[in-house]
Design a protein around this ligand. Sequence first.
Ligand code: COA
Length: 152
Amino acid sequence: MGDAMKIRRGNREDLKFLPELLMAAYSGIEEYGEESIEKARRYIDELYDEDPNCFFVAEENGDIVGFIFCNRFWYSKFEHSHVGEINEIVVVPRFHHQGVGRELIKMAMEELHTDKIELWVGRENNRAIEFYKRLGFKEKETAGEWIRMIKN
Ligand SMILES: CC(C)(COP(=O)(O)OP(=O)(O)OC[C@H]1O[C@@H](n2cnc3c(N)ncnc32)[C@H](O)[C@@H]1OP(=O)(O)O)[C@@H](O)C(=O)NCCC(=O)NCCS
């Protein structure tokens, strides 16, 4: 990650920039993204409301180029316990492979204050699956189009 890049806590004002970034990041894997920018907007608002403190953005020269939403209050019926949940992570394609995703996960993990972190990823979203494996997540159950991954 270059010097011009910084990760900071997100806020409500940032939300309006995110639907477009989400649509761009899911280009080529549309089946796992949102159908329209309007739906992306609703989805992002919901993620924010789940746990507004567990939201971070990556900024390059003042422009948001990535974000992460997590949830500190998630009950996992698979783990039979509360876990930290990563709900969504997006880095715009032109900044892929520069360590931005890794930094966003790091910030989320600090905020989650837990050893056990769960997430769901599209079965054929190989890019994301490889990324998560690289960061120490392991594949668990499959449910329909989704695979559950855990890091502990
Ligand atoms: C998944 C995503 C967030 C990764 O972001 P990124 O900023 O490119 O990832 P990083 O550069 O921080 O990569 C971290 C590690 O993962 C590895 N990695 C990232 N993408 C990879 C890929 N396509 N294949 C293999 N490894 C990959 C990197 O090599 C790096 O490992 P290293 O530091 O040991 O070399 C990004 O691809 C994205 O936004 N995808 C679209 C949205 C999406 O699918 N989100 C997940 C929803 S569950």
